[in-house]
Design a protein around this ligand. Structure first.
Ligand SMILES: Cc1cc2nc3c(=O)[nH]c(=O)nc-3n(C[C@H](O)[C@H](O)[C@H](O)COP(=O)(O)OP(=O)(O)OC[C@H]3O[C@@H](n4cnc5c(N)ncnc54)[C@H](O)[C@@H]3O)c2cc1C
Length: 554
């Protein structure tokens, strides 16, 4: 069976006529240009397929009815909440897209320090509601216009705040989930006694099945509500700001201090991270503005904070003061400390200074300017301007990844930067910004641990030639990653989950891939899980599986 007009009429009956459409003027908008967002299968010049219909459910009951209908008619489906990523788009011609925009409730339980959120509650709003209660939420690096539920239940979710507030996989508590076969699962205390504060019961964890570390990218059905852990916020109930879109400055946010720390070498950089973890001193920490590139990053921050235009960039890059400051910031990181009392802030200032001295680093004078500091505080806290990622050429990909302990990653940073610099100099379509354009989180886990360094490669996502150049670069960065034992390049995490033409892989294709891996039992185990929860295989190929027959042959 496949999608047909009876199926469409049944969708209308479930959600009402105004909440479902098969008009190409609507459905065409639900295709991802995977060259320019978070696709993780490389820069490509194709789009994901057009869904047969787009449906906007308004309740868990409606989601359940839609999924049951999909099972009855064998129609593929995928839910997405804020659509920053290609992972959330469908991958076949017999599929419908669920857009969760109608479900956006937020409840704060201040006593238990949790928020209960629906899919379209975006991080900006969750954060504001949390702050009214002296609490704050981890905003992943994708920014505050992204769905808190999607990054918590669906895909990855670390950012500048993860060191203090934990990453999304750690923060997910009770969840309500409509499984791919239409059953509703309620986890932990929610299932046991209707309360949200704990996600797990005794025994094996279902969170590991539906969420795991990176997330199942929409292939385990539709999560309709979750509770997430919140963290203490020392600031006011609302943050006074000055400035105008797109640049705002936090006003009088005296309980926070933002610094950029400059290091003499990568050993000092790595050692300071260890000390940050040990001293528990950072509220937010990220190597952020280096995403613009080592040669132009200070000029770009000057441009942003001083209300200038991109045409001013060449002049700013040549400005003697900016040049001198930039030179000192070759190896740098942004950190924000937060004082929960005056004494706490004084202690953290002292501890930070001691760490800086111990590793032979210094605070950037440029970033001590009041306006610049006020900009950085708000930027790292809210991540409200992810459009900066796209400024230089309209599209970017994060390459390398170097997702490992910082002591493994730091020694190879310059080698990675040199490879990128060579490509920048020989390719006409990649922005030449100084090789090192590496950015990322000081920790991808609460308390300190793994880091992830992506080198931003800026290119034009609408120009086939520059897409090809970007792809050639990824081939080289992947070879580097393999040589150093770092695994898949950031751009290749999903290369086995979706084909380059935007379509799902078939089971035969997956069998051919996974029968060759070192531990095929893993993919065979996932096959069993999928059979248990998704017997009709309706949610695409992000769940990597190997059929038992092929496994036995192997
Ligand atoms: C500019 C940019 C910067 C980024 N930086 C970071 C970063 O620093 N750290 C990081 O972790 N990630 C980062 N990412 C990746 C990011 O985590 C994901 O792309 C992001 O979570 C997806 O955006 P979204 O929140 O709009 O979710 P969506 O795109 O809506 O969904 C993300 C995934 O979750 C699934 N999903 C969504 N809603 C549901 C639901 N209700 N039930 C079940 N599954 C669902 C979708 O199918 C999809 O696979 C970045 C992405 C971009 C574009």
């Amino acid at each position: 069976m496949a999608y047909n007009s009876a199926f469409f009429r049944a969708l209308q009956d479930i959600v009402g006529k105004r909440n479902v459409s098969e008009d190409p003027a609507v459905t065409e908008n639900y295709r991802s240009i995977s060259a320019q967002t978070s696709a993780h299968y490389g820069p490509v010049d194709t789009r994901t397929p057009r869904p047969r219909a787009v449906v906007l459910p308004g309740s868990t009951g409606e989601v359940q009815q839609i999924i049951r209908l999909c099972n009855k008619h064998k129609v593929d489906f995928k839910a997405s909440s804020t659509f920053w990523s290609t992972m959330g788009y469908i991958g076949s011609d017999n599929a419908i897209q669920l857009d969760m925009i109608r479900m956006g409730d937020i409840e704060i339980d201040a006593k238990n320090m949790i928020a209960v959120v629906e899919p379209f509650a975006i991080a900006a709003t969750v954060q504001v509601e949390a702050m009214k209660n002296g609490l704050c939420v981890n905003v992943p690096g994708v920014g505050c216009s992204s769905s808190t539920l999607a990054s918590t239940a669906g895909w990855v979710g670390f950012g500048p705040s993860s060191l203090f507030m934990g990453t999304s996989s750690e923060n997910m508590l009770g969840a309500e989930w409509v499984l791919p076969d239409g059953e509703i699962l309620r986890t932990g205390t929610l299932g046991a006694q209707g309360e949200w504060f704990c996600g797990e019961g005794p025994g094996p964890s279902v969170r590991a099945i539906f969420r795991g570390w990176t997330g199942a990218a929409g292939s385990m059905g539709v999560c309709t509500k979750i509770a997430i852990r919140l963290s203490p916020w020392p600031g006011p109930k609302w943050i006074p700001v000055r400035g105008a879109a797109p640049v705002y400055f936090a006003d009088n946010l005296e309980c926070l201090r933002a610094y950029t720390i400059c290091y003499p070498d990568w050993d000092a950089y790595a050692e300071s991270f260890r000390l940050f973890y040990e001293a528990d001193v950072c509220y937010l920490a990220h190597r952020q503005f280096n995403l613009f590139g080592r040669d132009i990053k200070t000029a770009m921050v000057e441009l942003i904070t001083k209300d200038k235009q991109l045409c001013d960039l060449p002049g700013l890059v040549e400005d003697p003061y900016i040049k001198e400051q930039n030179e000192k910031m070759k190896i740098d990181v942004q950190v924000v400390i937060a004082g929960f009392s005056e004494r706490d802030l004084a202690y953290k200032e002292k501890a930070l200074d001691a760490i800086i001295e111990q590793v032979g680093a210094h605070k950037s004078e440029y970033y001590l300017q009041r306006d610049v500091e006020d900009f950085v505080k708000l930027y790292l806290l809210r991540l409200g301007r992810k459009n900066y990622n796209f400024t230089l050429c309209g599209a970017y990909e994060g390459c390398f990844g170097l997702t490992a302990n910082v002591f493994r990653a730091a020694p190879v940073m310059e080698e990675a930067a040199a490879i990128k610099r060579e490509f920048e100099e020989t390719c006409t379509g990649l922005a030449a910004v100084g090789g090192d354009s590496d950015m990322g989180s000081v920790s991808g886990i609460g308390g300190g641990g793994t880091t992830g360094w992506e080198f931003f490669m800026h290119f034009d996502g609408f120009d086939k030639e520059t897409i090809k150049e970007a792809n050639d670069f990824v081939e080289t960065s992947q070879a580097f990653m393999t040589k150093h034992g770092f695994g898949p390049d950031f751009c290749r995490w999903n290369q086995d989950a979706r084909q380059l033409d935007g379509y799902d892989f078939s089971q035969e294709q997956h069998d051919a891939m996974y029968s060759k891996i070192n531990q095929p039992a893993l993919a065979e185990f996932q096959w069993r899980i999928r059979e248990a929860f998704n017997p009709n295989h309706l949610t695409g190929s992000y769940y990597r599986t190997l059929t038992p027959e092929e496994y036995r042959k192997k």
